[in-house]
Design a protein around this ligand. Structure first.
Ligand SMILES: Nc1ncnc2c1ncn2[C@@H]1O[C@H](COP(=O)(O)OP(=O)(O)OP(=O)(O)O)[C@@H](O)[C@H]1O
Length: 231
């Protein structure tokens, strides 16, 4: 039987306030090991959908299951723990702690996720293994994140998302700052790592050219109905 890592049914959400953006997603699923590119124009609700999937905001109705756990039934603290255990997140701006070392940054999600920490084994060795697999230079683990180039920050963000092998990686336009060649190189590295571990990937972009790298391409307009709450 196919394992479902992510399952949304009849999800509805609206940002507060008059004229607030509203979104309805009848159905979205990701299977174990599946890579999905979610395409949509600016303002189509891609980041809002990722915030729902990550449990940062709660839908007003509907169901969101992560690794077969119903996210909407959990308290805020329990949702944060679920996210830390089961989802590796790569943000658009990478969100590294600027004064933390590369090692601190990579190990950060494990602080809040005891199971994931256990899965990672020897965590310092794992962090170094990811640095090397992602083409980062030896010794970089001691540098503070603010001293890194954009490309290096991006690789550290990937190592941080992958450590401890969460079953789902959620990435919000991680290639938007890169030229086309660097984008392909970045996706190669990311895919090598996730394919080895049967990790699922949901990546958001507005660039349809990236579609060839993914098992499935989904357009926001095909899965979501969006609008504005009348003022
Ligand atoms: N924190 C927030 N508070 C209120 N409204 C918000 C908030 N974040 C997003 N929105 C609303 O949701 C709409 C959709 O934004 P969202 O960031 O989800 O789209 P997107 O498809 O990710 O866009 P982009 O490609 O430009 O990042 C926006 O037009 C905005 O009005």
């Amino acid at each position: 039987m196919t394992e479902t890592v992510l399952k949304l049914s009849d999800v509805a959400y609206q940002w507060k306030g008059s004229g607030g953006f509203s979104i309805e997603v009848p159905r979205l699923e990701a299977n174990k090991g599946e890579t999905i590119l979610l395409l949509g124009r600016s303002g189509s609700g891609k980041s809002t959908l990722l915030s729902l999937i990550c449990g940062i905001v709660l839908p007003s109705s509907g169901s969101i299951e992560i690794a077969e756990t119903e996210l909407t039934a959990l308290s805020r603290g329990a949702r944060d723990r679920l996210r830390a255990e089961y989802i590796g997140v790569i943000f658009q701006q990478f969100n590294l702690l600027p004064f933390g070392s590369v090692m601190d940054n990579i190990l950060l999600p494990l602080r809040f996720a005891p199971e994931r920490r256990k899965r990672a084994g020897n965590i310092a060795n794992e962090a170094l293994r990811f640095c090397s697999a992602l083409g980062l230079p030896d010794g970089i683990e001691h540098l503070s994140a603010e001293k890194l180039s954009v490309g290096q920050q991006q690789r550290v963000a990937v190592a941080r998302a992958l450590i401890g092998y969460p079953p789902l990686i959620v990435a919000d336009e991680p290639t938007s700052a890169l030229d086309v060649d660097s984008q392909a190189g970045f996706l190669d590295l990311l895919f090598q790592q996730i394919k080895e571990h049967g990790t699922s990937l949901l990546m958001v972009s507005h660039d349809p050219r990236l579609g060839e790298f993914f098992d499935r391409v989904i357009n926001m307009e095909d899965i979501a109905k969006v609008g504005r709450v009348p003022a």
